[in-house]
Design a protein around this ligand. Structure first.
Ligand code: SF4
Length: 202
């Protein structure tokens, strides 16, 4: 099995076990998608694991939405107010389909680890990040899995690429450089390398 897919499944099992043992029932439900308006960060390897599962329609949507996200990132990556401006544009993840995640079995670790027992309205980006709203342990569990995927990506490519989900998928669909220097030059030329919210090459 693809190592990223193995982490997706293992995190699901770990989360189910943790929630059952603690008697925690998240308020997250199908049809609630407030958190899908947020900025989701993806690694290249996780994006590559997701790509084969995208339908032709999803690929077409990413090709259409990708340049818009890229322009937003270029414009706002150094602006501390960027997430607010980005979120307030009210453009949800392009993989959200009629209120449901269109790639649910293959959604990123960052999406899987974001759970709450609280009022779902507080997940809306405009509500601001309320301390303690999102369950901290599931997030830490997801973060540990992400770090393992990052290490695998470094082993495979010699470097790690992190960036906003829709923009990164769009770039992967279009063809992403395999060498570190080329990747940095490519992202620099697009105007989305570095800064507080831009792509990171590590
Ligand atoms: S990948 Fe799915 S769960 Fe994650 S933000 Fe997009 S629609 Fe929401």
């Amino acid at each position: 099995m693809n190592p990223v897919e193995a982490h997706w499944l293992a995190l699901e099992a770990d989360l189910a076990d943790y929630l059952a043992k603690k008697g925690i029932a998240p308020s997250c439900r199908a049809g609630c998608f407030a958190c899908c308006f947020g900025l989701v960060t993806l690694s290249r390897l996780e994006g590559e694991a997701l790509l084969p599962h995208l339908s032709q329609a999803q690929r077409a949507k990413l090709r259409k939405e990708g340049p818009k996200r890229l322009a937003l990132l270029r414009e706002g990556k150094d602006d501390p107010r960027f997430p607010g401006r980005y979120f307030l544009a009210r453009t949800p993840c392009p993989l959200l389909e009629e209120g449901l995640c269109g790639v649910y079995p293959w959604r990123p670790l960052a999406c899987r680890g974001l759970l709450t027992q609280g009022d779902p309205r507080l997940c809306e980006p405009e509500a601001g990040l309320k301390q303690g709203h999102f369950l901290p342990t599931p997030w830490r569990m997801a973060r540990l899995r992400m770090e393992a995927v990052w290490e695998e990506e470094k082993r495979r490519y010699g470097f790690l690429v992190l960036g906003e989900l829709a923009t990164l998928l769009y770039l992967l669909l279009s063809g992403f450089p395999g060498e570190r220097k080329e990747a940095e030059t490519f992202l620099e030329a697009l105007g989305i390398l570095g800064g507080r919210w831009g792509f990171q090459v590590v």
